[in-house]
Design a protein around this ligand. Structure first.
Ligand SMILES: NC(=O)c1ccc[n+]([C@@H]2O[C@H](COP(=O)([O-])OP(=O)(O)OC[C@H]3O[C@@H](n4cnc5c(N)ncnc54)[C@H](OP(=O)(O)O)[C@@H]3O)[C@@H](O)[C@H]2O)c1
Length: 178
């Protein structure tokens, strides 16, 4: 099946994790040029790079505004050119059950920053770069946000995660309306 992704530059965030790495493999199989993003663990991506020349990697803590900007600036200068498609997949989920009554402000802030604020920063920087892109890149532009049923129905003892995934939906909706 031809989805028109041949040589299209796709950025997958959180590509060192389970869903992200599989997403990278799928886009590569469809002929895309893929940037696989990671934060602290490059190993799974390096293992893939041996097999796929159309794969490059990029490191950034996406909760940092300056790091997100630097990443997009650097990607524009690579042979893959400006990013046309982003898959906003990175995210954290605390393995510990913590009801709201016991949750610290540090946990709340950390999850919202790593999941929701980072998604806003990635979408905003992508859209800013898109303004300067050619019409052919704009024609292919797409944002994919990886949500969760938690964002729709909530999740007991993971209120920080649920609210961050719910908020991502609105970041995506407004991005599409730009
Ligand atoms: N797994 C599930 O059952 C499930 C269900 C519903 C929705 N989801 C959603 O699917 C997505 C992927 O889940 P997953 O299970 O594949 O996750 P995962 O294996 O835990 O991987 C998480 C990824 O996010 C990156 N990351 C974490 N904090 C970051 C930060 N501050 N800046 C940049 N990158 C950061 C990690 O990078 P490093 O490892 O390099 O640090 C890693 O690549 C998430 O958005 C999650 O909410 C997952």
């Amino acid at each position: 099946m031809d989805l028109g992704l041949e040589n299209i530059h796709v950025l997958v965030t959180g590509a060192s994790g389970g869903i992200g790495l599989e997403t990278v493999k799928l886009y590569l199989s469809l002929g895309a040029n893929v940037t696989a993003h990671y934060n602290s663990n490059s190993k799974p991506i390096q293992n893939l790079q041996v097999k796929f020349p159309a794969l490059q990697c990029a490191q950034a803590d996406l909760s940092s505004e300056s790091a997100v900007k630097s990443m997009f600036d650097a990607l524009s200068g690579t042979p893959f050119g400006p990013v046309a498609v982003i898959v906003v997949n990175h995210g954290i989920w605390s393995p510990q059950d913590v009801p709201i009554v016991d949750m610290t402000i540090e946990q709340w802030d950390h999850t919202v920053s790593a999941n929701l604020t980072s998604s806003f920063l990635v979408c905003r920087e992508f859209l800013r770069h898109l303004r300067a892109a050619t019409e052919s890149v704009k024609d292919r532009a797409a944002i994919v946000l990886i949500g969760s049923t938690s964002g729709k129905y909530g999740e007991a003892n993971h209120g920080d995660y649920a609210i961050s995934k719910s908020g991502e939906f609105y970041v995506c909706r407004e991005s599409v309306m730009c």
